[in-house]
Write a protein that binds this ligand. Structure first.
Ligand code: KIV
Length: 273
């Protein structure tokens, strides 16, 4: 029997243990080729339900289904060796009851071979997080701006600027007590994110939060600059691939129209390869 030399993947406890050691690095990504390119640089890769907006042009994450999460989860799984794979639970797949959450979370683990699921909500989801973690399902929580609650919030607004700061602190505390191995803090004031990070023992993963969070996450396509019409303050564009793609498509179209592509080196003769 041959012994596989497969790289050991990071696990949820590995992520928890990184708190206080070094910053945790993660991206939301959705395809095999991208997962392959980023794997060695990431601690975890999230297949976020942002896939609905980023890859499928949906107006919000509310229309994302379990089947979509499973399809993209499997795709990313094929591209990862080292980074932990976390898959989002889509809207409507976990809120009804802890039992409903277990049924869908266990399906995500079984079918995508992810190491953990992520779900949105603090105190309201504590019972569910406890139920899942007691039944062998590692959970990453998500508090602050939880995009699945866009209709309750009345938009994608910064959370925790007023009295709701205390609610967000209580949310962080509740998900930790319920057994979450880490918590995403989205679009909350820098000092609030810092306070929560100091106060709880599980790692905070910031997105629009604070450089003092225990880790950071961005959506891959935002970071690459794939969109010219979407640039929230918390996104740093490390490239402008959207403009490059449009320029490349324009150049290709021009060359096809003037018949300079394909050139002799791109076509086959009766002999040769
Ligand atoms: O869906 C997603 O990509 C996310 C991250 C932005 C945290 O939840």
């Amino acid at each position: 029997m041959s012994v596989s030399k497969k790289t050991k993947s990071l696990t949820p406890p590995d992520i928890t243990e990184l708190k206080g050691e070094r910053p945790i690095v993660s991206l939301a990504a959705y395809t095999t080729p991208v997962a392959r390119m980023i794997d060695e640089h990431m601690d975890f890769v999230l297949v976020g339900d942002s896939v609905g907006m980023v890859m499928h042009g949906m107006p919000s994450t509310l229309g994302v289904t379990m089947d979509m999460m499973i399809m993209h989860g499997k795709a990313v799984r094929r591209g990862l060796q080292k980074a932990l794979l976390v898959v989002d639970m889509p809207f409507g797949s976990y809120e009804q009851s802890p039992q409903q959450a277990f049924e869908n979370a266990s399906r995500l683990l079984r079918e995508t071979e992810c190491g953990a699921v992520k779900l949105e909500g603090g105190q309201a989801m504590a019972e569910t997080i406890h139920y899942l973690t007691q039944r062998s399902i590692p959970v990453m929580a998500h508090i602050g701006l939880t995009p699945q609650a866009v209709n309750i919030f009345g938009g994608y607004k910064t959370q925790g600027r007023q009295e709701d700061a205390n609610r967000i602190i209580a949310d962080a505390d509740a998900v930790q007590k319920a057994g979450a191995f880490s918590v995403v803090c989205e679009k909350i004031p820098d000092p609030l994110a810092r306070k929560i990070t100091r106060q709880i023992e599980i790692p905070t993963i910031g997105i629009g939060a604070s450089a003092d969070c225990d880790g950071q996450i961005l959506v891959m396509d935002d970071m690459l600059g794939m969109f010219t019409d979407f640039k929230p303050k918390f996104v740093k564009r490390y490239g402008s691939l959207g403009e490059q793609v449009a320029y490349i498509a324009e150049t290709y179209a021009k060359e096809v129209r003037e018949r300079s592509f394909p050139a002799p080196e791109h076509v086959y003769d009766y002999a040769g390869d």
